[in-house]
Design a protein around this ligand. Structure first.
Ligand SMILES: NC(=O)c1ccc[n+]([C@@H]2O[C@H](COP(=O)([O-])OP(=O)(O)OC[C@H]3O[C@@H](n4cnc5c(N)ncnc54)[C@H](OP(=O)(O)O)[C@@H]3O)[C@@H](O)[C@H]2O)c1
Length: 290
């Protein structure tokens, strides 16, 4: 538990809701391990109050914040500066105050990339499938582009929406030096070709409390040659999709790796210090066993 003093620097999490978040435990454990006089607090903010909340952070002298659902895009026009990567993805998940100016960054992209590297999966020149086309899918697509992915199948319930997302990214990626790989939007139920190395689920379906929900029917076979199923959900730590993959003999990973690495990158942006990764990982895992 952080000891709050008159000198304590504050950061927090803007979202609605935020009660489920593991970020306060992760960051407060990191501040304590590094002996930093900092604290991380949950900041539940309704969508209609976001502008007031950002003004409040400025007035209260916060050093920065994380931003989560549903504010990652809505926060952009309220800031003084947006990093090229956050602008390319159209989503901000980290804010930092730099000499009174509020800068929006995106650490989800590099966070997912590091999580991918950590599980030892190379996607360079390979084919990958993504389920969903929201903010997390855009970050995953940027990370895959940085990793040199060959091509991507984008499974979505609305082909129109998937095409619209791709048009936006085609226009926004080059400004951040990103090359959009060939992406094929298909319906959720459409068959997937063989040779896909990773299936990445980026929708909230299956997240607590609806833990039985799953967009992958139990009798649908996974594509031949699949090496990993990655679910960005971490609550529950083993989703129904992950369980189906494991039954089929395919290694499955939850979203804790991405959460850890995006958090570590935010920690460094705020404090200028390298994050104590293993302390943060242990704090996240402790919550699973408590
Ligand atoms: N592990 C991490 O660090 C991390 C980081 C970021 C996000 N996440 C997780 O990723 C998930 C998505 O976040 P997000 O920011 O991308 O949300 P988002 O921008 O709201 O996008 C959600 C996507 O899921 C689709 N979707 C929602 N309900 C669906 C359903 N019943 N059937 C089919 N598709 C459905 C949406 O489709 P429509 O476009 O048709 O609405 C949209 O494409 C959340 O569970 C979040 O917690 C995890």
């Amino acid at each position: 538990m952080a000891r709050i003093r008159g000198t304590t620097r504050l950061v927090g999490l803007l979202g609605w809701p935020v009660a489920h978040s593991r970020s306060p435990q992760m960051h407060n454990a990191a501040f304590a391990a590094m002996g930093l006089d900092w604290a991380y607090v949950p900041l539940p903010v309704r969508p209609e109050d976001l502008e007031d909340a950002i003004r409040g952070l400025r007035a209260l002298g916060f050093a920065g914040a994380n931003v989560t659902v549903p504010h990652k895009t809505a926060v952009i026009p309220l800031l003084d500066e947006i990093s090229p990567l956050a602008r390319a993805v159209g989503a901000v998940n980290t804010l930092r105050a730099v000499e009174g100016r509020w800068v929006g960054e995106n650490t989800d992209v590099e966070g997912f990339r590091r999580a991918l590297q950590e599980i030892g999966l190379s996607v360079q020149g390979q084919t990958v499938a993504i389920i969903g086309a929201g903010g997390a899918a855009r970050a995953v697509l940027a990370a895959l582009a940085l990793e040199g992915v060959g091509e991507v199948f984008l499974l979505h319930r609305s082909l129109d929406r998937a095409h619209r997302m791709l048009e936006t990214l085609e226009a926004s990626f080059p400004a951040a030096g990103l090359r959009l790989p060939p992406v094929h939007p298909i319906h959720l139920e459409d068959p997937l070709p063989e040779g896909i190395v990773a299936l990445i689920h980026t929708t909230p379906v299956g997240m607590a409390p609806d833990v039985e929900a799953c967009l992958w029917p139990p009798d649908r076979p996974f594509p031949w040659g699949l090496q990993a199923v990655i679910d960005l959900i971490y609550e529950p730590p083993r989703t129904r999709l992950m369980a189906l993959a494991e039954v089929a003999g395919i290694p499955a990973y939850n979203g804790l790796g991405m959460l850890l690495h995006q958090g570590a990158l935010a920690f460094t942006l705020w404090t200028g210090q390298e994050a104590p990764l293993e302390t943060m990982r242990a704090a996240l895992q402790e919550l699973d066993s408590s």
